[in-house]
Design a protein around this ligand. Structure first.
Ligand code: LHQ
Length: 263
């Protein structure tokens, strides 16, 4: 696939997307945002993709907006932050939110600004011991964007999210784990293997049902209990009609491991 700023590797149901601007700690440019969005949109419609891993090349995960590229756009005149977010970052975050497959962030290094938002937009985060997280926006006089104001308070509560957003301080992987930002912290050398193990589990999981679980939880974030109960019933109807549900029951009754196809 002809991507310039990301690496795209699909193997055995596991799609690995690697932000590939290591000299800039994978800071994002308009091209990278477009390519990443395209990759997520393609994956969403590809049944051979059972799980997506998002990671960064080199020592960083993602340092947020490329401030050099942004200042060039600003210097050229006519730049609008609002339009920029609405046409580049926001459609990417929505594409990630809509993708039915599980997304694992393999946070290999620093995740700053919109780079932290990207990690937050994934379903699970596994961090290397040396990784760190910062809501860097305030340090350059900007408000958190790319979904951080929605995603972070839901993960860790308003008081703690605001503290990170108002100070922009760097949070270590261990603190991020204690706060509930990451699911697991592993030694740097173990990151790839740990993520691969988890990805393999998802590649053999009932993928359609996983998409429905994601839909249910996202719906629940902004709905009443009554609406959620109704939604759960509708989605259970869909899950109950999958081949993997039939396989799950058959496997249980015959005391054998299930062979889920994702359908
Ligand atoms: C970078 C960057 C970077 C360019 C490291 N850009 N080169 C949306 C709408 C539109 C525009 C504005 O923003 C947004 C949303 C946002 O994301 S705003 C937040 C933008 N990000 C930041 O403010 C983070 C800036 N970076 C940093 O604070 C540090 O680099 C961190 C804490 C991420 C890492 O620090 P170190 O590990 O000490 O690395 P470093 O600072 O030495 O960076 C290594 C290289 O990467 C360096 O280049 P050089 O040529 O000197 O080796 C940096 O200039 C470059 N780099 N972040 N965002």
């Amino acid at each position: 696939m002809p991507f310039e700023t990301i690496l795209h590797n699909l193997q055995d149901g596991i799609l690995t997307l690697t932000l590939n601007r290591p000299d800039k700690l994978n800071a994002v440019t308009p091209l990278l945002l477009r390519e990443l969005r395209e990759a997520f949109e393609q994956a969403a419609g590809d049944r051979t993709v059972r799980v997506i891993v998002l990671t960064g090349a080199g020592r960083g995960f993602c340092a947020g907006a490329d401030l050099g590229a942004a200042s060039e756009l600003i210097a050229a005149g006519g730049f609008s932050y609002e339009d920029n977010l609405n046409t580049t970052y926001n459609p990417l975050i929505m594409a990630m939110q809509r993708v039915p497959q599980p997304i694992i962030a393999a946070v290999n290094g620093v995740a700053a600004g919109a780079g932290m938002s990207l990690a937050l937009a994934c379903d699970l985060r596994i961090a290397a011991e040396s990784a760190s997280f910062l809501q860097a926006f305030v340090k350059i006089g900007l408000v958190p964007d790319s979904g951080s104001t929605w995603l972070l308070p839901r993960l860790i509560g308003t008081a703690r999210a605001l503290e990170l957003m108002l100070t922009g301080r760097k949070v270590s992987a261990q603190e991020a784990f204690a706060l509930g930002i990451v699911n697991q912290v592993v030694q740097d050398a173990d990151l790839a293997n740990t993520v691969a193990g988890m990805a393999q589990t998802f590649a053999a999981a009932p993928t359609k049902t996983i998409g429905l679980i994601k839909q249910a939880v996202n719906f629940a974030m902004t709905s009443t209990l009554e609406e959620v109960l109704h939604k759960e019933a509708v989605l259970q109807g869909e899950a109950g009609a999958t081949a993997d549900h039939a396989e799950g029951i058959a496997a249980f009754l015959s005391k054998r491991p299930p062979n889920f196809t994702g359908e």
